[in-house]
Design a protein around this ligand. Structure first.
Ligand code: NAD
Ligand code: DGY
Length: 324
């Protein structure tokens, strides 16, 4: 008999077709309210759960899903996994690394360029009818090329950002990560710096660590105070890696020049959030990996992870902390 799996999002047709060959799919009914109660009801019989990361996989959820064996997340980040709760129940937790690196790195560069050349702000300037033609320096920005980029969290996506910086924009690139990466330093012209050194010397600072207990609030008031006044800060990791109040203060007081943000403590961001009033902030609604091609590949990889894990195959992207 095919295993029962719950799928919490609409799938591309070919991915749905692939899953249906190996599993019996249950999913939300059209127009059904997506309550936690309904989800737990669906999960009560499921052996597999295909999720996009909106639900915490914690004790409460797992207690309501006694038959669950595999949680396949269509995301590379897995901060929604309570790793201890999953480990205690021998749940296999999988994610979708590598295939989204270039797409997320493109967005990081988009945010860097938009902040430094004020693209979003000046688009509003034209639409508001403010363009007179005699603005002079008023509309000038900062160069990206030949400046210094500091990457905090030099993993798969960090490396894709470094490539663009080195080979497309002739930037100098340094990084800070949990440990130094000698192999990477041989392969690419990047150098390791302490976090404090990187913050003090970079024109652009890009945050790309996973959200873990160690990275929660990693960048706060002290870290913003070390940055240069013209520095531009980009966060494409998770909202909680940054102390948002400290970021708002750093921007309001001119401690740093701008910020490009794809992720927030609260998503969707409420309309009355202070970021909305800051012209030097460029925001995107958590769309780092959101292109048709990449989301299609992520969906297929998540489906394959789910099927392979249920079938006991080792061809599965299990998150590092849950590997045997
Ligand atoms: N904005 C988006 O849509 C989007 C898309 C994809 C990924 N992400 C985020 O980006 C993160 C990184 O993805 P990846 O595939 O590059 O992961 P990765 O595991 O390849 O790289 C993570 C890097 O962070 C470093 N790191 C981990 N803990 C650290 C710590 N305490 N201090 C300093 N460095 C630390 C690691 O050493 C590694 O270099 C994901 O976990 C996710 O949160 C966001
Ligand atoms: O981690 C990821 O893959 C993205 O943030 C989408 O959730």
């Amino acid at each position: 008999m095919k295993p029962l799996v719950f799928v919490d999002r609409r799938l591309p047709e070919d991915v749905k077709h692939y899953l249906e060959q190996h599993c019996t799919i249950i999913t939300w009914k059209p127009d059904e309210a997506r309550s936690e109660q309904a989800l737990l009801h669906y999960l009560s019989e499921a052996e597999g759960y295909f999720t996009s990361g909106s639900m915490k996989i914690n004790d409460a959820l797992l207690d309501a899903a006694p038959k669950l064996k595999v949680v396949s997340s269509m995301s590379v980040g897995y901060n929604h996994f309570d790793l201890a709760a999953m480990k205690a129940r021998h749940i296999i937790g999988t994610h979708t690394p590598y295939i989204l690196d270039d797409t997320v790195a493109d967005l990081v560069f988009g945010l860097m360029l938009s902040c430094s050349r004020r693209i979003a702000e000046l688009d509003r300037y034209i639409r508001n009818g403010q363009w007179q033609g005699n603005e002079g320096r008023k509309l000038f920005g900062l160069d990206v090329h030949h400046r210094k980029l500091g990457i905090i969290g030099m993993g798969r996506i960090g490396e894709a950002v470094a490539k663009r910086a080195l080979y497309g924009f002739d930037m100098k690139v340094s990084y800070y990560a949990r440990s130094r990466k000698p192999e990477l330093e041989q392969r690419m012209d990047v150098s390791y710096e302490s976090l404090d050194q990187l913050l003090a010397s970079s024109d652009f600072i890009v945050l790309l660590t996973p959200l873990t207990p160690a990275t929660k609030g990693l960048i706060g008031a002290e870290q913003f105070s070390r940055m240069q006044q013209h520095a531009i800060f980009i966060n494409a990791s998770r909202g909680a890696t940054v102390d948002e109040q400290a970021l708002i203060e750093a921007l309001q007081t001119g401690k740093i020049a701008g910020a490009g943000l794809d992720v927030f403590m609260q998503e969707p961001l409420p309309l009355d959030h202070p970021f909305m009033k800051l012209d030097q902030v460029v925001m995107t609604p958590h769309i780092g990996s959101a292109t048709d091609a990449t989301r299609q590949q992520m969906a297929m990889l998540a489906a394959r992870n789910l099927v392979n894990a249920l079938q006991g195959s080792e061809d599965v992207h299990i998150v590092p902390e849950l590997r045997q």
